[in-house]
Ligand binder design. Structure first.
Ligand code: LLP
Length: 423
């Protein structure tokens, strides 16, 4: 459920995406398959737009969460921007029609080639994360005779109370620069004629369910922005980083209006300042499910295993972060007896599971399951491990659907490889 609307729900005992029974997709496209709801994706974007309505703001969808061109085209159609972290993401965003003047380039290790491509595209802002990166961008910009609009990502040393792998704003993390370092770098950057300093940014982590860490980091950044302005730096953009967390199980997601209100209040005394937000998970997370088909049932050491055709290479979040994704059969089974089981895939690792210690009904080979909340960091983190072709992606709108990424085949697995002998 999102904002009171269900985009994936049972109707007459059959799980639907919008108005389409998911079994149609499992039958016609096969499994594993990621199924996105266009209405859910747009609803999430629009809820955020509404929350910030009337204020100076820029929403830059975080491409890493789910980067299919069809999804990025929805972002572009709404006139929104993108947050990118690689040349590949820049390529995708531009190809989907996102305006380069609304693209923020984040990330701790941009290469000279990526900088060149971004300068060529004249994108909106580079968020720099170290002195070395600053000097490299200055060198590339000079070489190209282009001016780069920049900001520094400040590490506010705030605990976001989230999984340690996705906490990014603690002082011992690799991201951003300390406040002291930022002061020094802003002073240095001012001397570089190839730079126009326009912003300041941070990102403290993902899947945040509390307002306080957002507020704490924003207050620190706002203070620094005021200080820098008083020194003559023309800070006009404050980039707050990623968006709010979502409900996977029983989390209480932050209200978007409370989040927007708090953010706008924190900077209300800074004139002509535009807030930049880079939401990924809150837009894509509950916009898709991963469909998988049961292959076998087995018991080992008294434990029940349901072996299905999706694995950690398709959705790595449970294995990597111990994340919870709800698992729903495509055919509702009210009153069915449940027993604890692990839902596992065919990959040769004991860490290959989609769900553990989960109460599941009896399932037979051929039954289909929906792994929920799989839209963010699902397909985008998938791999070919065990030489498994990556899943198809499908976009549903109303009662219609389109394949927006073909399932990979064996040919695509080896494309670019050759059998060469070295003597
Ligand atoms: N901006 C920056 C600079 C980021 O590093 C991130 C995410 C975002 C925006 C988007 O944050 P969001 O709105 O999605 O919270 N793979 C992990 C999440 C990694 C997040 C990395 N940075 C997961 O599956 O939970």
């Amino acid at each position: 459920m999102d904002g009171g609307r269900e985009f994936f729900a049972y109707r007459d005992g059959r799980l639907h995406a919008e108005d389409l029974p998911l079994e149609i997709i499992s039958r016609e496209v096969g499994t594993p398959v990621y199924v996105y709801s266009k209405a859910a994706f747009l609803h999430a974007l629009k809820s955020l737009e509404d929350a910030f309505k009337g204020s100076r703001h820029l929403i830059c969808y975080s491409v890493k969460a789910a980067s299919n061109l069809s999804l990025l085209a929805l972002v572009a159609e709404r006139g929104l921007g993108a947050d990118i972290v690689s040349g590949g993401e820049l390529y995708r965003a531009l190809k989907a029609g996102v305006s380069p003047r609304r693209i923020v380039y984040s990330g701790v290790g941009k290469t000279a080639r990526e900088m060149r491509e971004a300068l060529e595209a004249e994108l909106f802002m580079f968020n720099l994360e170290s002195e070395g990166e600053m000097l490299e961008l200055a060198r590339v910009a000079e070489e190209m005779d282009k001016v780069a609009q920049i900001s520094f990502r400040v590490n506010p040393d705030v605990d976001p109370h989230t999984h340690p792998y996705v906490a990014t704003g603690l002082k011992e993390s690799k991201f951003g620069v300390s406040r002291e370092e930022a002061r020094r770098l802003y002073a240095e950057a001012r001397k570089i004629p190839w730079f126009k300093v326009i912003g300041i940014g941070c990102h403290i982590g993902s899947q945040l369910t509390e307002l306080a860490p957002f507020r704490d980091s924003l207050l620190i950044l706002a203070d620094l922005a005021r200080e820098l302005r008083s020194q003559g730096h023309n800070i006009r953009y404050l980039d707050m980083g990623g968006g709010v967390g979502i409900r996977y199980r029983d989390e209480n997601p932050l209200s978007l209006s409370a989040y927007a209100e708090m953010s706008l209040k924190a900077v209300s005394d800074i004139p002509d300042l535009t807030l930049v937000v880079e939401p990924g998970r809150s837009v894509a997370g509950n916009s898709a499910v991963l469909l998988t088909r049961v292959l076998y049932n087995k018991r080992n050491g008294g434990k029940r295993f349901v072996v299905a055709d999706a694995a950690m290479n398709d959705l790595i979040r449970p294995s990597l972060y111990g994340s919870y994704h709800a698992v729903w059969p495509l055919n509702e089974r009210p009153g069915a007896a449940l027993s604890p089981a692990a839902l596992v895939g065919p990959v040769c690792e004991s860490g290959d599971f989609l769900a553990k210690d989960r109460e599941l009904p009896d399932l037979a080979p051929g039954d289909c399951l929906a792994v929920k909340s799989a839209g963010a960091y699902g397909f985008s983190m998938s791999s070919n491990y065990n030489s498994r072709p990556r899943a198809a992606e499908v976009l549903v709108s109303g009662g219609d659907f389109r394949v927006i990424r073909e399932r990979e085949d064996y040919e695509s697995l080896v494309s670019g490889e050759d059998i060469l002998q070295l003597n």
